[in-house]
Design a protein around this ligand. Structure first.
Ligand SMILES: [Zn+2]
Ligand SMILES: [Zn+2]
Ligand SMILES: [Zn+2]
Length: 336
């Protein structure tokens, strides 16, 4: 079984699923979740599925050596309960374990309810903490999440006859390329209830380490690299964001009027839409919802600044910080 923290961001869709059906997804805690696939236009561009075994791996993984010298640092090490637990993780307990054992700790902070983060100045100390059995003795374990080990970037305008394997070989930049995956477009077959996948001229590149190059060279052509921004997840039970119906702790709502649906045969007049998130006069699935836009910004911050979901959410929802808009990410344009 793959380490649940190995992949926390990527969605691999199954092209055999039809619009409106569900697919499986990993949330930011690394739990495998089901996610609803809306029929909206934006969802027509997805990635071809690859199996777990084909997922790219950095040559150095957290389980063996930790951060290699390709990492710019400072180096963050994550801590969680070694067995799944409903109890929140108390970062003071982590602090107590590491105090007097490490000299280069800058800060210890929460990363969501169930994880903590130790920020080390010194890479060797960070790596040593990965093998420190004192954590295990306290029912905890240390790890580096996938987004710290590989960065994902998108290249546009890459001819479809160039194969993934040759791209992996021939992309030249200061960072090792772990894998390249062609981005396919999901299209409805005219007059049929079928979906077909057509290769686009965009490819997804996995770069080793925590640094995303601004550009690469491919056959002597300098090509811009854009951070890969993942899609915003919305629950089709309660219509809140960043989780899916299978793991929903909320109540079923009507996506049109926002009312709590007590019975399956809720009859919605559909005349006065009300958003379950912002109470605005639009459907809960509207892309114009200001709350939806905030969650989109979270995904952009995660991609551009290489942050965890919790770190990015704190920045977007922190009222004391400057108001963020999409314009803060000029490089990000609509996916092809
Ligand atoms: Zn929900
Ligand atoms: Zn309704
Ligand atoms: Zn809204």
């Amino acid at each position: 079984m793959p380490n649940e923290d190995e992949d926390t961001t990527m969605h691999w869709l199954n092209p055999s699923l039809k619009r409106g059906s569900e697919y499986r997804d990993n949330d930011d805690d690394g739990n495998e979740h089901k996610k609803l696939n809306f029929g909206g236009r934006d969802n027509l561009t997805q990635f071809t599925p690859i199996s777990q075994t084909q997922k790219p791996k950095a040559t150095h993984t957290s389980s063996d050596i930790g951060y290699s010298d390709v990492y710019k640092g400072p180096c963050s090490i994550w801590v969680k309960h070694s067995t799944p637990s409903d109890k929140p993780l108390n970062i003071y307990h982590i602090g107590k374990i590491v105090t007097n054992r490490y000299k280069s700790i800058i800060e210890i902070k929460k990363d969501g309810r169930s994880k903590g983060l130790i920020l080390f100045q010194n890479r060797q100390e960070a790596n040593a903490s990965l093998k420190d059995d004192q954590f295990m003795a306290h029912g905890l374990c240390t790890f580096i999440p996938e987004f710290k080990k590989t960065r994902k970037g998108v290249l546009k305008g890459i001819p479809t006859d160039l194969k993934e394997a040759e791209l992996t070989q021939d992309i030249i930049c200061g960072t090792k390329v772990c894998q390249v995956t062609r981005i396919n477009k999901k299209c409805k077959v005219p007059d049929k209830d079928e979906i077909q996948w057509i290769p686009t001229t965009s490819v997804l590149v996995y770069f080793e380490g925590d640094f995303l190059p601004k550009e690469i060279s491919l056959f002597h052509v300098i090509t811009k690299v854009s951070p890969y921004v993942k899609r915003t997840t919305q629950c089709l039970k309660c219509f809140k964001f960043a989780h899916i119906a299978k793991f929903c702790r909320g109540k079923q709502r009507c996506g049109i009027c926002g009312d709590l649906q007590q019975t399956k045969d809720h009859e919605c007049d559909g005349i006065t839409p009300r958003c379950a998130n912002c109470q605005g006069s639009h459907k809960s699935t509207s892309k114009d919802c200001p709350i939806f836009k905030k969650y989109e910004l979270i995904n952009m911050k995660m991609a551009y600044e290489n942050l965890s979901y919790f770190e990015a959410k704190k920045l977007v929802f922190n009222k004391s910080s400057p108001v963020l808009t999409k314009e803060a990410f000029p490089e990000h344009s609509k996916r092809t």
